[in-house]
Design a protein around this ligand. Structure first.
Ligand SMILES: *[C@@H]1O[C@H](CO)[C@@H](O)[C@H](O)[C@H]1NC(C)=O
Ligand SMILES: *[C@@H]1O[C@H](CO)[C@@H](O)[C@H](O)[C@H]1NC(C)=O
Ligand SMILES: *[C@@H]1O[C@H](CO)[C@@H](O)[C@H](O)[C@H]1NC(C)=O
Ligand SMILES: *[C@@H]1O[C@H](CO)[C@@H](O)[C@H](O)[C@H]1NC(C)=O
Ligand SMILES: *[C@@H]1O[C@H](CO)[C@@H](O)[C@H](O)[C@H]1NC(C)=O
Ligand SMILES: *[C@@H]1O[C@H](CO)[C@@H](O)[C@H](O)[C@H]1NC(C)=O
Ligand SMILES: *[C@@H]1O[C@H](CO)[C@@H](O)[C@H](O)[C@H]1NC(C)=O
Ligand SMILES: *[C@@H]1O[C@H](CO)[C@@H](O)[C@H](O)[C@H]1NC(C)=O
Length: 375
């Protein structure tokens, strides 16, 4: 017993903190869960685009909080600018009729706007997740299951990977929150085509995030077939190297990530059992969306969740809070947008206490040991 305690103490003391950071939302605004995008609502979180100062936010999070993982949501439609004439110029000057074609190439203007955010992220030294925020869909149709073909989706990723193949800190987030996927085996084949396209475009080493069903929910990731089916996805050389499972979990009573209050830390029903499956299979996950309001209940629950994640880095290589960027720092329930302005930001309590405060060196290492999975 004493031996075990000492051993765990040593393990905890030397375990590296996982990557940690915040979603910088805005380019995804206007996308709903049917994968329909109202591009008029997209608002890149950059001052140069008339949006909020996402670049300064990331710089602050990196410099003042030592955060090192940002996720940059954007819609497929924005990247190819689907708001152009059918067969038209592709530069947004059309009559607004959607081509409804997912086959398009990256739109130079829009992909360069998004690239400004990616570059601002990379400039902080952090890892930067390119997140195609389409719920496995394009205009209400599921990729590979009635909607765009796998080849069209792979073409999007081939182009993005070619653009970022030299950036080792770019992480390819294949798809945000698939849900109601009729056949997970077919979805795994879709994901496989994207992975192959990314590697063949020359991005051979970067992390790729594999998204599952039920909004890539951590709680049902194993039970509803995501883990099993996505376990077959591989690199061209047959390995699993740098293929990371993408999981989400919100702590409010219905798990939807909208309420100001949290109802559970979800360690016992979600994070503990998932960590055991991951470690048993020598695989890892990134919790790329989690969060809660700046309320007493969420400060307790999310801090406990992230303390657990920080203590189990063999299963979880990182976490990303939802969300800063274009969200109001005062009126959005789950805001992580810092108050103030560039050069004088003040963090939201949920960021300061939970996202940052539970990291190794954050002063509560003893708490971590008490909930470490191996004990
Ligand atoms: C968009 O393309 C059309 C047709 O090629 C061209 O006339 C127009 O100048 C372009 N507009 C912009 C903003 O690039
Ligand atoms: C928009 O342009 C397309 C292609 O030229 C044309 O088929 C369509 O009728 C136009 N729609 C409107 C509302 O003008
Ligand atoms: C990647 O690096 C290679 C070798 O330095 C260079 O030739 C190529 O242009 C770069 N590609 C991109 C997209 O930056
Ligand atoms: C599992 O996936 C199916 C198909 O998408 C879905 O209908 C069902 O609600 C999911 N089950 C759970 C427990 O989430
Ligand atoms: C794949 O997912 C389906 C649900 O869509 C599930 O029934 C099946 O067991 C999964 N396969 C594996 C290998 O986990
Ligand atoms: C890939 O991961 C699965 C579990 O997710 C594992 O069973 C399998 O052996 C791995 N394959 C290789 C080649 O490492
Ligand atoms: C914000 O949280 C409150 C309290 O949990 C909830 O009643 C309200 O519906 C939430 N607002 C939104 C927009 O979801
Ligand atoms: C920084 O922000 C705080 C409160 O947000 C404010 O009281 C203070 O005056 C600001 N300092 C500067 C130098 O702008």
């Amino acid at each position: 017993m004493l031996f075990l305690t000492l051993l765990s103490l040593i393990t905890a003391a030397f375990a590296a903190s996982p990557l940690a950071g915040v979603n910088i939302a805005g380019f995804d605004f206007g996308v709903d869960i049917t994968g329909t995008a109202n591009l008029a609502s997209a608002m890149g979180p950059l001052v140069t685009l008339g949006g909020s100062d996402g670049a300064a936010q990331m710089s602050h999070f990196a410099k003042d909080d030592n955060l090192n993982l940002f996720r940059l949501p954007v819609s497929w439609q924005f990247l190819i600018n689907s708001l152009t004439l059918t067969g038209g110029a592709g530069n947004g000057t059309g009559n607004g009729t959607r081509s409804n074609s997912a086959a398009g190439t990256l739109d130079a203007t829009n992909s360069n706007k998004y690239d400004q955010l990616v570059k601002a992220c990379l400039a902080t030294g952090a890892h930067c997740i390119i997140d195609v925020h389409n719920y496995a869909r394009f205009e209400n149709k599921i990729i590979g299951q009635g909607g765009p073909t796998n080849a069209e989706f792979a073409n999007l990723w081939s182009q993005l990977a070619a653009k970022y193949k030299n950036e080792t800190n770019v992480v390819f987030g294949i798809m945000n929150e698939p849900h109601n996927i009729p056949d997970m085996k077919i979805w795994a084949a879709t994901v496989q085509e994207a992975v192959t396209a990314i590697r063949e475009a020359g991005a051979t080493t970067q992390m790729i995030l594999l998204p599952g069903n039920d909004f890539t929910g951590a709680q049902t990731f194993v039970s509803n077939g995501s883990f099993g089916n996505l376990s077959t996805v591989h690199n061209p050389d047959g390995s699993n190297t740098s293929l990371i499972f993408d999981v989400h979990k919100y702590l409010d009573s219905d798990g939807s990530g909208q309420a100001l209050e949290c109802s559970s830390n979800n360690i016992q029903d979600t994070f503990m059992p998932l960590s055991m499956v991951l470690v048993a299979n020598k695989r890892e996950a990134i919790l790329s969306e989690t969060g809660g309001g700046n309320s007493a209940s969420c400060l307790t629950d999310l801090c406990n969740t992230l303390t657990f994640i920080n203590a189990n880095t063999d299963a979880y290589m990182g976490y990303v809070g939802w969300a800063a960027g274009g969200f109001s720092p005062t009126t959005y329930n789950l805001t992580m947008t810092p108050l103030g302005s560039a050069g004088n930001f003040t963090d939201q309590p949920i960021v300061k206490q939970c996202l940052v405060g539970t990291r190794m060196g954050g002063g509560i290492a003893s708490k971590k040991r008490t909930i470490r999975r191996s004990l």
